[in-house]
Design a protein around this ligand. Structure first.
Ligand SMILES: C[S@@+](CC[C@H](N)C(=O)[O-])C[C@H]1O[C@@H](n2cnc3c(N)ncnc32)[C@H](O)[C@@H]1O
Length: 284
């Protein structure tokens, strides 16, 4: 008879090994007290791949890159929704975009939603920039969404949203929602094709340099730094600093700060940063 999932237990040794594997692959630090969380996220996976124990599962990970990706998909926390943290969007729309346009409206803006999760942030950016494109001859945009989880990127790529994900956006930005999202409550809502054509999603680990891209005007790195050590946060921010234009903007999450890190960014408002001027080749 099949054993219930609850029979599979995790030894402290296996917990340490899994924490180390997750840290090595994603930079995410699983706290020492989070064993119950890890067990509950992985027990069902052991059943699905017919591994009898966490020890056997750990051995499998060493020779199975697809399973390693699946582990990443299971341990990441992907909470997100459209128009999260209105203060960010207020600054983007009423300070940053007018400033960008004042330097010549006939330009293309490049935006990076790093740690994009299921794509709500990238789609929020898309609706704002699409409205501007319609109002401004010559203006265009592209938005790149990246994440370390392939599962959430599949959802972002499909771009079909409903329920809590769109509640705040619909309530607070009814005109933008009505103009740029199509669908129904029964079937879900998608951004219009003009927006979807300008959004791209790609697998990327923030601990590595994002290759094959030119610098961005705006980077949204929100609600992800909390999972990393200070050292890894500094490493990620060095990569971001290298990929953001000198007059660009960086947004981080509401419960995050760069105050105690050496990053090459300076704060202009809570959770909003601009690149610090470079002195020679070094960052301040
Ligand atoms: C809580 S969500 C944040 C989504 C969105 N930025 C927001 O603020 O609403 C955090 C995301 O970071 C991603 N993530 C975690 N570690 C990462 C890494 N090393 N590289 C890229 N993405 C990572 C997770 O997969 C998850 O989708």
């Amino acid at each position: 008879m099949r054993k219930p999932d609850t029979d599979i237990t995790m030894s402290d040794g296996d917990f340490s090994k899994l924490r180390a594997i997750v840290h090595q692959n994603t930079g995410i630090t699983i706290g020492e007290t989070r064993k119950t969380m890890l067990v509950s996220r992985l027990r069902r996976r052991l059943r699905e791949v017919e591994e009898p124990s966490f020890g056997a599962y750990i051995s499998r990970l060493a020779s199975d890159p697809e399973e390693m990706q699946e582990l990443t998909n299971r341990v990441t926390t992907n909470e997100t929704y459209f128009y999260r943290t209105p203060r960010v969007w207020d600054y983007f729309q009423s300070v940053f975009l007018p400033e960008f346009q004042s330097k010549g409206s006939n330009r293309k803006i490049r935006v990076w939603s790093a740690a994009a999760s299921t794509g709500e942030e990238a789609h929020t950016i898309g609706t704002i920039l699409e409205q501007l494109r319609l109002e401004t001859p010559g203006f265009d945009y592209s938005v790149l969404g990246t994440d370390v989880s392939s599962r959430v990127l599949d959802i972002a790529q499909a771009g079909l949203y409903n329920g809590r994900s769109i509640t705040r956006f619909r309530r607070d930005q009814p005109a933008l929602f009505a103009s740029h999202m199509t669908g129904s409550d029964a079937e879900g809502y998608k951004a219009v094709p003009q927006i979807r054509a300008r959004l791209k999603f790609k697998l990327h680990n923030l601990l590595e340099k994002l290759g094959g891209t030119s610098p961005f005007d705006a980077v949204f790195l929100r609600n992800v730094l909390i999972y990393f050590t200070d050292e890894d946060q500094e490493k990620i921010l060095r990569h971001v600093r290298d990929l953001i234009k000198p007059d660009g903007v960086l947004f981080i999450g509401e419960s995050e700060t760069l105050n105690n890190l050496r990053t090459g960014f300076e704060q202009v408002a809570p959770i909003i940063y601009r690149p610090a001027a470079r002195v020679g080749n070094s960052c301040t």
